[in-house]
Design a protein around this ligand. Sequence first.
Ligand code: ADP
Ligand code: ZN
Length: 752
Amino acid sequence: SPPDGPPAPPGSLFGAAPRVAVRLPVPVDAPYDYAVPPDWDPPPQPGALVRVPLGRRVEVGVVWGEGAADVPEHKLRPLLERLAVPPMPAALRALIDWCAAYTLAPAGQVLRMALSVPEALEPPRPRTGYAARVTDLSETALRATDARRKALAAAAAWPPAAPPPTAADLARRAGVGPAVVKGLAEGGALAPVPVVEEPAVPQPDPRHPGPTLSPDQAHAADALRDAARRGFSVTLLEGVTGSGKTEVYFEAMAETLAQGRQVLVLLPEIALTARWPERFQARFGAPPVPWHSDLPRAQRRDIWRAVAFGRAPVVVGARSALFLPFPDLGLIVVDEEHDGAYKQEDGVPYNARDMAVVRARAGGLPVVLASATPSLETVLNARAGRYAHVGLSRRHGGAEMPTLETVDLRAQAPEKWDRQGVPAQSFLAPPLLDAMAATLARREQTLLFLNRRGYAPLTLCRACGHRLQCPNCAAWLVEHRQRRELRCHHCDFRLPLPERCPACDAPDALAACGPGVERLAEEVAARFPAARLAVAASDTLTGPTAAAALVERIEQGAVDIVIGTQVMAKGHHFPLMTLVGVVDADLGLAGGDLRAAERTFQLLHQVAGRAGRAQRPGRVLLQTCDPDHPVMQALAADDAERFLALEAETRQALRMPPFGRLVALIVSGLDEQAVIAAGKALGRTAPQAEDVEVLGPAPAPLAVLRRQHRHRLLLKAARSVRVQPLVRAWLEAAAPLPPGVRVKVDVDPYGF
Ligand code: ADP
Ligand code: ZN
C-alpha cells in the first residue's frame, strides 16, 4: 500500500473478497477457488501449501494464483490451515503446468507426483529432551543417590550446542537406568524440553580432491563449469563408454555446489547402479541423497523435507526426483539421457529427460545430458545449435575400444538351427565358444549378454502344440526353472510348472523353446564345468545390495563367466572382462517399433562397452541372423554417426519423430467388443487437418494386458502442428465412452 494511504485490509492483494485458486492433487485440470479467512495476514502467496475442504474430505493443495472473481461469495469455502513448509518454487509450478499442458494429463494428477509423500508436509513429531534445572540435588526434595547424582551431572555436562538428550541418552552417558532420569524430572531436577529434530543430511564438499583430469577431460569440464555459471542452457556431453563423462560432470556439479546451490542428477534404474554413489562419495567426500520409489516412506519423507528446506545439496534420483521442491536448484544432470527408462508409461506419461529441460528453462539453470549413444532427438538438437555439444573422444587411461565382430548364425552348424535360425540345442556358436575358452585360459572374464529373464520365453506341448499363455495378457508365460514356475512378465501371474499339458493332459510333453539366462547358464555349465558362473537378472539380483555384492565378486575376479540381462549392460567397469558375447543381437529388433533399431544400437553399444578396460584389449562377438542389418553394420564398424544418419533418413521419410509428431490414444476395457466399438467411434471423429493423419484403430502392441483389451489410434502430424489442442478438441467432441472403457493419451509414445 502507498506509504501515506490508509492501512491495507488483510488480503487486499486479491481485492475486497480475498480468494485464491488452489491446485489439488486430484485428477482434474482446473484449480479450486477458496476464500482466504480474514485473519490470514498476509494472505497466502502463490506456492503456499494449504489445507482445504473438498467435499467431505480435507485435502492438501498449493495456492496457484488469484481466485476467479465470478464465483459467488457464498459458494466459496475458506482455507483451513497453512502448512509449515516452504512454498512450492515457481519453477516447479511452471513445470507442473507445462507437463500437464504437454501430456494432456490433468494438472492435478501431475501435481500429485510433486506431493507424493503427504506426511512430509507435517512437522516432525517432537521428542522429549532433558535439561538440568538445578546444580545440586539439595535444591530439590529428592534424596541424593549415587545414580541420581551421576545422571544430573551428565545433564549439566551435556554440550549446550548439541540437541538436548533424551532419557535414554542421559541414562547411557551416566551408566544408570532411564527410570532414574524420569525420577529426576518428576522431582524437578531436570526440565523436560520438546526437541524438534530433522535428520542430518550429508554435505558434499566441492573442494574435496577429485582425480586429475586428462587434457581432453579438463577441456570438457571447463565448458560445463562455464555453463554452470550462467543461466539456462542445454549441453550434450557425449563420449564413448569409459571416457570419463561422470568425472567431467562432477566438475560442473562442484561449481554449482561451490555457489551454494542445489544439484539434481537423474539416473535410469537408480537402484541397480550401485557404483554411482561410491564414485560420488570418492569425489565429494560424502554420500549423495538418493530418491526413488523403492525407498522406505520414512526416508522419502526426510529427503523431501531436506530438499524443500534447502538442506540437501545433491539429490541423485530416478525420474520422479524432477518433481522435488528444490528451492535453489542450480544444475540438472541427466545421465544416459537416451535411456527409455526416462519415459514413464503409467499415470502421467512424460519423458523425464524432456521435462528436465523444461524445469531448467523455468528455473533459468543449465542442464547436462550425458550419453555414449545420445538419442536421435538430442543429436539433432545439438546439430541445430539448440544444444551445446561437448565431446570426449577417447577412453580414459589409453584403454582401447573393443573390436567388434558379427557371428553369422545362419552359417553355423546348420543342422543345429531350425528354420528361423533359432538354435534348437545350443545357443552358443563355435566362434563364441572358442573365444570363451581362450578367455578362460587367460584367466579373464566373459560377459554373455541375453536380455531375457528366466529359463525359456515360450513353453509348448509337443503332443498337441498348445502354447502356455498368460490368462490375463496377450503374452506367453516364461518358465523360471529355479523357482519351478511359469510367470507372466507383464502382470506377474504365476503358475507352478505343470507336469501335464493343461490342454491335452499329455504327460512329460511340455518343452521349453528358446533361451533365457537360466537356460543359457545350463549350457555354459555343461560346456565349461570348471568355470565359475554368475547369473545377473532383475529377478536374481533382488535389490541394490545383491547387485553390489555381485559387482564386487566380479571385480575381485571370483567369477569367470557372467550371464546377464540389461542389468549388466551399464555403468560397470571390470578390468578383467575382455570378452562380451551378445547371444541374440536381433532380439530387440523383432516387433519393429519406431525406436527398435535405435534402442538396439544403444543397448548393444553399451554392452560392448563392458569389454576391455584398463590395459587389456576387449573383444565383442555379436551372434546375429542378419549381419547386414544397419545396426549390426554400424556396431561392427564402430560408426554411430553413420547409423544415426541412416536412422534419421528413415524417420524423415516416414515423417516419424523427431521429424513428425506422434500421439497414441489407447482405448482399453474388459469388454473387447465395447473397446472395439469405442475405438471405431473415436476414429470416425478424428481431427481433419492439414499435415495430420490418424492411423487405426488397431489392436495395440500387447493387445490384452491385465485382462484389459487395448486398441490404439495413432495421430501423426508434421512437426509444425500443435497436436495438443487437436487432441483435446477431439476428446471433447467424442461420443461419451461406454462404461468401463477408458482412453489414455500418450504424447510422444516411446516404443510402439
Ligand atoms: P563414462 O561415464 O564416460 O563411461 P566414467 O566417468 O565412468 O566414464 O569413467 C570410466 C572409468 O575411468 C571410471 O572408473 C573412472 O573412475 C575412471 N576415470 C575417468 N577419468 C579419470 C581420471 N581423470 N582419473 C582417474 N580415473 C578416471
Ligand atoms: Zn499377464
